[in-house]
Ligand binder design. Sequence first.
Ligand code: AMP
Length: 379
Amino acid sequence: MTTVGILGGGQLARMLALSGAPLGLRFRVLDTVADACAGQFAPLIVGDYRDTAALAAFSAQVDVATFDFENVPAESAQWLSERAPVFPSPRALAVAQDRLAEKTLFRELGIPVPPFADVPDRAALDAAVAAIGTPCILKTRRLGYDGKGQFRIKSPADVAAAWDALGAQAATVGLILEGFVAFERELSVVAVRGRDGAFRTWPLTENWHVDGVLSASLAPARTDADLQARAIAHARALAEALDYVGVFALELFCRDGTLLANELAPRVHNSGHWTIEGSETSQFENHLRAVLGLPLGDTRMVGHACMLNWIGAMPAADAVLREPGGHWHDYGKEPREGRKVGHATLRADDTAALVDALARVGAALGREAQVAPVIAALR
Ligand code: AMP
């Protein structure tokens, strides 16, 4: 009997546990809160990620450990890795936790990135804004996600407000200034690398964000073979440089046929949720296969898929359940503003049928604005 430990007990851990059940796997989840939604399916240990007593109880019960949450302190991941195999490695996690280290690695590997600069203090911010130009974005180096910890600087007049908003964090989590990319599209490569170095990706996914939070994903993305090949080559270069084991996502901006890397998510990713019903092997199952050293599953698509995120509260399920290719995921969370509480995936044999399904679901749920950009992309 193999037990997989997961640090973080949110919806990603929940979907990992669900996908691991047919493989005969057991799970233990460590989270800071007692109502973490993965706890509905796997025994939950409640404790702080820095609490070595909780980490010791956790590590004693697992054969291998992985993450649903990338901001687990690097020291905790390191501590754990001395007691149990941990995938991805603490080093890969540490790079992906720090936007500056991550972008520096992208550049070293020849992966194009927007201009960026470290911002240790106010003078450095002024210098960076002068060098990079406006518009640009000031972001925290660490602990930012879903657009949190970001300030858009539209003109030099905004610099003081940006410093007021984030300056105090320069000394704690660090700050980075990035050039603003007027992208046409956002794409992600969801990829998996096994313990033996086997590497696979799912077809590129196209993503739409609202207020920095993923709203919809479409797979396959509208792309040509050349763009797809470049994106996959970037993901492979990263995976090999980090000796990465497991699933990760590389988020990319696309402008005039060029790709610029935004960030690396060292875990299963929201833009890969469609793989549960839309591909031969889901990102969740392949992550488990990778960390356990099992053969990776085929990543080919089994239709065209669109995932819609439910933020704040769940809509009524009926309209999606009525669709022939409609699939419903309720994460079992309390509704709360801005919280990811569930998603739906619509799958169809061709893009025309997917457009029709999206239009029906959008109208039934009053979510026309959420489905509109996907429908426009498909037409
Ligand atoms: P992040 O937390 O870096 O993934 O940012 C969340 C979202 O903010 C991205 O998916 C983009 O929609 C937007 N964003 C972040 N960085 C940039 C940038 N340098 N230029 C334009 N948009 C950005």
